[in-house]
Design a protein around this ligand. Structure first.
Ligand code: NAP
Ligand code: GLV
Length: 309
């Protein structure tokens, strides 16, 4: 049997090498060189070409090489009815937490303001805030949100979190569901979005929710561009309701040349690189799941397409 790599965005070589080390008996093929299509049992995919998932009659498991499966939801009609497993691994989580901590600290320590002062050759002290007097609010308390919360807790920030279902996390004031959203936002001075993009969460960062933050709040969006209503964020930045925003994700990507975010003085843009898939770590998790599948055991991080994440 064979595994088909369908990721036009990445060099397949490290994936081939990692698979050979971990599952030597599984042949590695790279789309569009499918070979005998009936031999393909597993697909490793990230934003594949339109027709690449068709004509694989014995495909059993689609391993999505990313954490967010919104692309699969958007292209549901073309996605075969097979088991789907998303990517959760230590490297992806650690790198996302670095991104969150980096930008939370940057805001907490007023670095955008200090950069501006430097550009004006202005020597001026800014007030010091203590982390236990500053609330960071995490939208999404899943794999990534809880790890970020752990590390921010070690830095002694006050933490709030919002999820779909009720949660208890030590050191985090937890809110959930529609009723919990505004009370969560009311306390949040630095808002970090780590939600999946679903029908329910599309456009969740909008005039109403930004307006529920304390004036002068900061936004870090490392989840998906579709979470943000762009005009509402620009208006909130213009009015001072939001002091500064850091965004890693956009709709569409790449962020088009000339988009208002590129040159906005109170926006930081990063090119969807908060956390990248690392072939060695990802393949370890995929290989473990293939072994589980072959033993007839439950796989880890299988996606429920009806829940949308
Ligand atoms: P996850 O483990 O599935 O966690 C999702 C969290 O969001 C859960 O706490 C869930 O609530 C909550 N949630 C889902 N729908 C909600 C709703 N309608 N209302 C309130 N809360 C809701 O996901 P993850 O692994 O942490 O990843 C999160 C997202 O990060 C991914 O989907 C992806 O879009 C993004 N991401 C971005 C990058 C990047 O480089 N920029 C890298 C990796 C991932 P429950 O706990 O109640 O289920
Ligand atoms: C990246 O954006 C991912 O979902 O892993």
């Amino acid at each position: 049997m064979a595994a088909l790599f369908i990721n036009p965005h990445e060099d397949p070589a490290p994936w081939r090498a990692a698979l050979k080390r971990r599952i030597p008996d599984l042949e590695f093929r790279v789309w569009p060189d499918v070979g005998r299509a009936e031999e393909v049992e597993f697909a490793f995919c990230w934003k594949p070409a339109a027709d690449s998932l068709e004509g694989l009659p014995n495909l059993k498991v689609l391993f999505w090489l990313g954490a967010g499966i919104d692309w699969l939801l958007e292209h549901r009609a073309r996605v075969p009815d097979v088991r789907i497993v998303r990517l959760v691994d230590d490297a992806l989580t650690a790198c996302m937490t670095e991104y969150v901590v980096l930008h939370v600290l940057r805001y907490h320590r007023s670095q955008p303001q200090l950069d501006l002062q430097q550009s004006q050759q202005l020597w001026a002290d800014l007030p010091q805030r203590l982390p236990w007097n500053r609330t960071v609010g995490l939208m999404g308390l899943g794999v990534l949100g809880t790890d970020a919360a752990d590390k921010l807790k070690a830095l002694r920030f006050k933490l709030a979190g919002w999820s779909r279902s009720a949660k208890t996390l030590p050191g985090v004031e937890c809110f959930h569901g529609d009723d919990g959203l505004v009370p969560f936002l009311n306390k949040t001075e630095i808002l970090v979005c780590l939600l999946p993009l679903t029908a329910q969460t599309r456009g969740i960062i909008n005039a109403r929710t930004l307006g529920a933050l304390p004036r002068g709040a900061f936004l870090i969006n490392a989840a998906r561009g579709g979470h943000v209503v762009v005009e509402d964020l620009l208006a909130a930045l213009d009015s001072g309701q939001v002091a500064h925003a850091t965004m890693d994700v956009f709709e569409p990507e790449p962020l088009p040349v000339g988009h208002a975010f590129w040159r906005h003085p109170r926006v930081t843009v990063t090119p969807h690189n908060a956390s990248l898939t690392d072939p060695e770590f990802s393949l370890a998790v995929v290989a473990d799941n293939i072994a589980r599948y072959r033993r007839g055991e439950p796989m880890v991080n299988e996606v429920d397409m009806a829940r949308e994440y």
